[in-house]
Design a binder for this molecule. Structure first.
Ligand SMILES: [Zn+2]
Length: 553
């Protein structure tokens, strides 16, 4: 870490901080530092991208350089920079740029949107969209190819469910892909079928690629998607996004994007594995600077709950013949894990079901035993489980015991509360979205959004973590409200815990002298206002590296 001269001077008491050009003084609102030694402050001075002073306004003004830029917080409330510990930045940008089905309220509305899209798309071209979710439709049933055929019979249609773990396609798309009643389910995937055995248009997990590989990618210009996605993130108040999975191409696009310097958003990247991107990272090692770090591999053990791909120990309550899907073999995963320990590469694995989570904890534990600390490039691996959504009670203490970080998305609990009870039944809900249980057992819980699976807004996540209710206040009676977290814990979930999950807790995550000057300013004090009002608050300013990255007009 480079210590600016200003910090060395700051230690000498009343000496002015520095005469540097790049100095900011922030004051005129509430400031929560997240630092137990000094939880509140009146003013913060940042010099050359680092925090140089935290304390009273009078002292800040006295010690700041003469040419300091004073920024009034306008009565807003400033926090350490918010971090999204799990998001898909390319997908966020693509959602803005392509056929967005988010918020579709019924099968009929899906058909209507599809008709309109077809009318404005050249004849014969694929229609590719994303973002529908049937869990709040009545009835909450998956759409079928017949539903799509009614709207668009003549050209192929491919519509990804919001969670990215299922898609519905029309008959034309199935025909082009050669998927019919005699096509077997691929490993780790399922072709849903009607009573007569014909594919009904729904493709789960690995079965999606049977059709997706045919649809053109031309509307998914990576550079453009990143630009649009990053601009959105900064406006919402995110200062860093931890990207859960990137192909070789996406990694290159992310690096180019970071180097071009058009966005100040910090990026922490996990490449996708198994495959070429993971092999490259295991071979070449991590790459890291202040803005752009690649040091993790994202793996999958199972699918998602909504599409019944999550691997469960006991059958689905609403599908007694199914326990979900394991999408990678243990041998493949174990090989990557042991190599990653030797190479100092972090692992983050998608695990949703209680079987998925148990298998992954077992594999992590076996890998730690197979490669003891002396043989690891980094002794404390800080591996993560992404989602950690349904956990058997016996496995809850294992996160803290093994030093595994639970990377969880509060909004999943409020999106899934409509269907998770029917998928899981009452008993298993006790270990579902169990933030409180994990924190109480000493686990680090890094908060994220999984956007574009969810909306991806910091205040929705903060609200979901403390309220555990739908945006309209609804929660059904079995929804274990005791798993809510306090506001102080919710703040940690989006600041210092994601920093820890990225090995950056000494650099970011709280407002303290010497750390990077990353701040998020909201319009109201979300630590004290009534719960429902959290959703009315807005980001008014985002500061990254001591520069104003975004400011509300
Ligand atoms: Zn994800």
């Amino acid at each position: 870490m480079r210590i600016p001269l200003a910090l060395a001077l700051a230690a000498c008491g009343a000496v002015p901080l520095s005469a540097s050009a790049a100095a900011l003084l922030l004051t005129g609102g509430r400031i929560y530092t997240g630092d137990a030694a000094q939880p509140r402050a009146e003013a913060v001075v940042a010099i050359d991208g680092r925090i140089a002073f935290v304390g009273t306004e009078a002292e800040a003004r006295q010690r700041a350089p003469a040419d300091v830029r004073v920024i009034g917080l306008g009565g807003g409330t400033m926090f350490p920079g918010f971090v999204d510990a799990h998001a898909h930045l390319v997908g966020i940008g693509q959602r803005e740029l392509t056929f967005n089905l988010e918020g579709t309220r019924s099968g009929a509305e899906l058909q209507e949107k599809l008709r309109r899209r077809a009318a404005e798309t050249a004849a014969g071209k694929w229609i590719v969209g994303r973002g529908w979710i049937e869990s709040q439709w009545s009835p909450p049933k998956f759409p079928t190819r017949a539903d799509l055929d009614t709207a668009v019979p003549d050209r192929p249609v491919y519509l990804t469910r919001a969670d990215g773990h299922a898609a519905v396609v029309n008959s034309r798309a199935l025909e082009l892909a050669g998927v019919n009643r005699s096509t077997p389910n691929p490993t780790g995937g399922e072709i849903l079928r009607d009573a007569s055995g014909e594919p009904n248009g729904m493709l789960i997990d690995r079965a999606m690629s049977l059709v997706r590989r045919l649809a053109p990618d031309d509307e998914t210009d990576l550079a453009r998607a990143l630009e649009v996605g990053a601009a959105r993130e900064v406006q919402l108040g995110w200062t860093q996004v931890q990207i859960a999975g990137a192909s070789v191409n996406e990694r290159a696009a992310l690096r180019d994007f970071a180097r071009a310097g058009r966005s100040k958003l910090r990026l922490y990247v996990a490449v996708s594995g198994p495959g070429a991107a993971a092999e490259e990272l295991l071979r070449d090692g991590a790459e890291s600077d202040d803005r752009f770090t690649v040091r993790a591999i994202k793996l999958y053990i199972d699918g998602a709950l909504g599409s019944r791909g999550a691997a469960l120990l006991e059958p689905y309550a609403d599908a007694p013949q199914s326990r979900g899907l394991l999408v990678n073999t243990e041998d493949v995963l174990f090989g990557i894990l042991t190599r990653a320990l030797r190479a100092g590469i972090q692992i983050e694995t998608h695990a949703i079901g209680d079987r998925g989570n148990r298998n992954m904890l077992d594999l992590y534990e076996r890998a730690f035993e197979a490669v003891p600390p002396g043989e690891r490039r980094i002794k404390e691996p800080r591996w993560r489980i992404e989602h950690a959504q349904v956990i058997a009670p016996a496995d809850l203490p294992r996160f803290a015991k093994l030093g595994i970080i639970a990377s969880m998305q509060p909004s999943h609990a409020i999106g899934d509360l409509y269907f998770a009870p029917s998928r899981l039944g009452k008993t298993r809900l006790a270990g579902a979205y169990a933030w409180r249980s994990l924190i109480d057992r000493g686990a680090i819980v890094a908060g994220g959004t999984d956007a574009p699976v969810e909306r991806g807004e910091p205040l929705i996540e903060f609200y979901a973590a403390v309220a555990r209710r739908a945006l309209d206040g609804f929660a059904n009676e079995d929804w274990h409200l005791e798993q809510r977290v306090t506001r102080a814990e919710a703040l940690k979930m989006f600041t210092v815990w994601p920093a820890f999950a990225a090995y950056q807790e000494n650099e970011r995550g709280t407002i303290a002298v010497g750390k990077m000057a990353d701040f998020t300013v909201f319009s109201s004090d979300i630590m004290t206002i009534p719960e429902a009002e959290i959703l009315q608050a807005r980001c008014v300013m985002t500061i990254i590296g001591g520069e104003v990255a975004w400011e509300a007009p």
